[in-house]
Ligand binder design. Structure first.
Ligand code: GLA
Length: 374
């Protein structure tokens, strides 16, 4: 049960969810991303156990606790373990595989981030666990290693071939900024994103439509991008130009590559516009163009996302787009704060007309990255 850990031995860590302002499906193409951390996230209360066992509990799945001996982790039949537990166990396995000593640990997870909403609850979970392990057992582990461990947990132990966008956002974002990250070099820059100063709000709509990256479509997109890069003779699509992409014979590969190349260019333009504290209104058209590209060229949108984007724009949003891997999940809209209620109403009305479930919506400001909170 959450709350049962002895206070004296325990600490509490938090990793946030994220929305990506722009730069979708560019991370595994060695490109650019521009996320911000959400005020919501996953917390991990952790305490040392001296007995070589791992004990996991989640507030969101109170009946699905796990207790397992560390030495049994590698051989365990993970398919019998609850799906959520694969993330923390993946992080623990990776931590041990990298040579860190772990005498045993007890973890209690909780969170206020909607799961499966495209807001990166998986990476928040993995990163919260990873920083707890770091602080308790291996304080010299770097943020870059945490990002790799959390990503490996998802790639290898959960089986989704994601890039490093979500884990980097959880670890590196800072309050008041968007994180401009060059995935190839891992160089990053904090760019001010002060919405209040400009009378703006960034609304998030969780459309409630399913967002299941494990289904294979994400992996297929990734494979298509790799094939397109091979056909173009470049290491990654990051290295391709719009002119080269036009010469791809296969129309599907051409569309996929066009998305990646145009999206990377959008990230660079948005970053440039925001640097030095420029008015975020200017980036609206780039956000909407990004959505059109994900819908038409990358084909990862969903009817709920398209409906929400169209309705938000009709109601006066400067720009709107789906966020995350797609196939459902959430979208963002950049709006004048005075118009936020009207935009929410218009999106809800559009959903009601199409008999979609009522979307959950909230305004976000850029929050801090993963940290110890108790
Ligand atoms: C998911 C993945 C990320 C990234 C996005 C799309 O969130 O976890 O690595 O590929 O989709 O931008």
């Amino acid at each position: 049960m959450a709350g049962s850990l002895e206070k004296s031995k325990a600490g509490r860590w938090l990793a946030p969810g994220r929305v990506n302002l722009i730069g979708e499906h560019t991370d595994y193409n060695d490109g650019f991303v521009l996320p911000l951390a959400l005020p919501m996230g996953v917390t991990c209360t952790a305490a040392v156990r001296p007995d070589g066992t791992v004990r996991l509990r989640s507030r969101q799945a109170p009946r699905d606790g796990v207790e397992i001996a560390l030495c049994a982790l590698a051989a365990a039949g993970w398919s019998e373990l609850p799906a959520w537990a694969h993330y923390p166990l993946g992080v623990i396995s990776e931590f041990v595989r990298r040579g860190h000593e772990l005498p045993g640990v007890e973890l209690e997870l909780d969170g206020d981030l909607p799961m499966g909403a495209g807001l990166s609850s998986s990476a928040a979970l993995s990163c919260a666990v990873a920083i707890a392990l770091r602080d308790l057992f291996a304080p010299s582990v770097s943020a870059a290693e945490i990002i790799d461990m959390a990503r490996t947990a998802e790639n290898v132990y959960v089986g989704v071939p994601t890039g490093i966008l979500d884990q980097s956002a959880a670890m590196l974002c800072t309050a008041g900024h968007v994180l401009f990250l060059d995935v190839r070099t891992r160089a990053y820059e904090q760019i001010p994103f002060d919405l209040k100063r400009f009378g703006l709000s960034l609304l998030v709509f969780d459309t409630g439509s399913s967002h299941r990256l494990v289904d294979g479509e994400y992996a297929r997109r990734r494979a298509e991008c790799a094939t397109a890069a091979v056909e173009l003779g470049v290491p990654f699509l990051r290295d391709a130009t719009a002119g080269q992409v036009g010469r791809l014979a296969d129309p599907v590969l051409r569309r996929r590559a066009r998305h990646v190349v145009s999206e990377n260019a959008r990230v660079l333009r948005v970053a440039e516009k925001l640097r030095g504290g420029g008015d975020p209104r200017q980036i609206g058209p780039e956000l909407s163009a990004g959505h059109a590209s994900l819908r038409d060229d990358f084909e990862v949108s969903a009817p709920q996302l398209d409906t929400a984007v169209a309705a938000a724009l009709v109601a006066g949003a400067y720009g709107a787009r789906m966020v995350g891997g797609g196939f459902g999940g959430s979208m963002i809209a950049l709006v004048d704060s005075g118009r936020a209620d009207g935009v929410v109403r218009t999106v809800r009305d559009a959903f009601a007309r199409r008999r979609f479930a009522v979307p959950r919506s909230f305004a976000v400001t850029p929050a801090a990255g993963a940290r110890r909170i108790e």
